[in-house]
Each structure stands twice: as structure tokens, then as C-alpha cells.
Design a protein around this ligand. Sequence first.
Ligand code: PRT
Ligand code: MG
Length: 212
Amino acid sequence: MITLALSKGRIFEETLPLLAAAGIEVLEDPEKTRKLILPTNQPDVRVVLVRATDVPTYVQHGGADLGVAGKDVLLEHGGEGLYQPLDLNIAKCRMSVAVREGFDYAAEVRQGTRLRVATKYTAVARQHFADKGVHVDLIKLYGSMELAPLTGLADAIVDLVSTGKTLVANKLVEVEHIMEISSRLVVNQAALKLKRDRLRPLIDAFATAIPA
Ligand code: PRT
Ligand code: MG
């Protein structure tokens, strides 16, 4: 049995064409079922639905043989025990620093102000500000980062941006681009050895279907 870990939403949706290229069709819609294990048209392939941030953990510990996870999630996880053969170029966005409209970020940085930065991405944020020599106090959040500068919890946030609509709706502006983000295929290293005959063709099929 091959177990693939996916998160509901954009990653599931954008992985479907890659699965199709490998001849795999998921037989149930995660938006319509409460099941967490979904069968496919291949009797020996199943999909397990986990939180996006849990995908690397499942694959690392063998709860799944492979999975699809955002670069954001992988950088926070650390990637230990994971083989990362493919950048799938799906679920694309960027990681950025944003502040409240009217907050002069450049001036604060120039003056050496110690900034309070709220984020779910503390590892990436810590590295980014250290590289720039900017002193920050990081505040770990698990969601709705956009609220932090509006309530005075933080001066800035580090978050993912795709259309930019969420920032605009909350009167925030992007002041720094940290990195481009896309999702990668991650494979359990032991599974790659033990189930190589089944996994290798699957990885190769995925590779042929990566969107431009
Ligand atoms: O939603 P949940 O709490 O269950 O978990 P999650 O947010 O980690 O999962 P999900 O499915 O939302 O995201 C999975 C992966 O998709 C992330 O790990 C990213 O690699 C990738 N991705 C691509 C995004 C976005 N685009 C994105 N826009 N993840 C989140 N967002 C959020 C962003 O955090 C912000 O709140 O969308 C909002 C901004 O969108 P725009 O279009 O308004 O700019
Ligand atoms: Mg989300």
C-alpha cells in the first residue's frame, strides 16, 4: 500500500492533475466527505487528509510514504528524514513582510528600532531579520497574522501573499519580499528504498506533469 498525505484546499486541488498523470484518480471529494482516508482507482494507493503543517511530520515518521507540502511548511519543519525530489510549482505565493499603512518601516529599520514581528513562520523570519541585521522580537501566531499590526500586538508581520487582497482588505502594505513559495513532493526515505518499484514511477510521472 502507498499512502499519500495531502491537505484539503489548494494543495489537494492542485495535486489532482499530477495524480492524473500517474494514472491515479481520487474517488471521493474531501469537501463532501468526513472521511480522512480516501480511496483511489488504484487499489494499492490511498490519500490521507492532514493539516498542511502536519504533512512533513506524517511523511517523516512513516504515517505516509509521500506527501505534498509548501516550502513555507518545510522550512519551519526542517525537512529532517525527508527526500524532496521535486518542486511541483503548485500552490504558489510569496513570503513577505507587511506593516500597517502609514507605518514607516524603512525609517524604523534605519533608526535601529527593535521591531515586534508576529508570524507563524518564526524560523524563516528569524533568519531573514538576522541576515539583514534588524533586531526583532518574534511573536508566534497560528493564524490571522493580519490582525496583529491592527491591534497593536506587533509592528509587522511575516505572512504569505498571493493576490494581495487580504493585505489590502486589512489596510496593510507589503514592505519586503522574503522568498517565493511553491509546494514540493516529499518522500519518506525508508519508503523510497523499500517501495522503490512503486514510488519511482510515481515520482517520474509527477515530474512530467509539473505546471510551467
Ligand atoms: O488553512 P489551514 O489553517 O488549515 O492551514 P494552511 O493555511 O497551512 O493551509 P492552506 O491550504 O491554506 O495552505 C497550504 C499551503 O498553500 C501553504 O503552506 C502555502 O505553501 C500555500 N499557499 C499558497 C498559501 C497561499 N498561497 C495563501 N495565499 N497559503 C496561505 N495563503 C493565505 C495567506 O496566509 C493569507 O492569509 O492566504 C492569505 C493571502 O492570500 P491573498 O490572495 O489575499 O494574498
Ligand atoms: Mg489557510
